[in-house]
Design a protein around this ligand. Structure first.
Ligand SMILES: CC(C)(COP(=O)(O)OP(=O)(O)OC[C@H]1O[C@@H](n2cnc3c(N)ncnc32)[C@H](O)[C@@H]1OP(=O)(O)O)[C@@H](O)C(=O)NCCC(=O)NCCS
Length: 165
């Protein structure tokens, strides 16, 4: 017997653009993902730049409800970079990060952007799994780039994904 179904996260969540009103929520979620969180003011100054855009996951039916993840990216001079991406701990490994990255890739494809870059801690296994699955490849390394309280610094891998035909 076979049957089709929709995974629950597809049914209950959707992706919308990040707005200036989200800055407090962005800062509070960022704190969950990073050792040095960005403030609401830092997010606001980023979002006021014409080159910066982002997407957020929210629960279906509550577009201004709690954020279930977000990504910010910058696009300038034919190239783009991921500035940051976070999914709340309790919602990870359900494909939400993939959906957010996919939204950025679609946006950049429509804008005919040739390359998307990002930097990732070489010890960040979930992020590396996500990026490799999306077709990012390592193109560089910044030694001892991330400082970690109480443990040695770790390298940043620079990754790139080129526009697909
Ligand atoms: C990176 C992050 C955004 C991914 O979000 P997510 O919603 O969990 O992403 P997805 O579920 O779409 O994909 C996660 C991938 O990591 C894999 N994964 C999850 N936990 C893992 C682990 N401990 N080790 C290895 N891989 C792991 C999943 O299997 C999945 O890979 P797959 O698509 O090949 O199956 C999330 O982990 C996060 O917010 N981390 C903290 C902030 C951060 O590190 N941001 C990235 C900075 S470069």
């Amino acid at each position: 017997m076979s049957f089709s179904f929709t995974p629950f996260w597809r049914r209950n969540y959707f992706v919308r653009t990040v707005e200036l009103e989200d800055c407090e929520a962005l800062a509070s979620l960022h704190e969950e993902g990073f050792v040095r969180p960005w403030s609401s003011g830092e997010f606001e100054s980023l979002l006021r730049q014409d080159t910066v855009f982002g997407y957020a996951v929210v629960e279906e039916g509550v577009p201004s409800g709690p954020l279930c993840g977000f990504v910010l990216a910058r696009h300038a001079a034919g190239e783009a970079e991921i500035l940051t991406i976070v999914v709340p701990r309790k919602l990870r490994a359900r494909g939400l990060g993939h959906q957010l990255m996919d939204s950025v890739l679609r946006h950049l494809h429509a804008e005919r952007v040739e390359s998307l870059f990002l930097e990732v801690d070489e010890t960040n296994a979930p992020a590396l799994a996500l990026y490799r699955r999306l077709g990012f490849e390592e193109v560089g390394c910044r030694p001892a780039y991330y400082s970690n309280p109480g443990s040695p610094p770790t390298n940043a891998l620079v990754m790139r994904r080129d526009r697909q035909a």
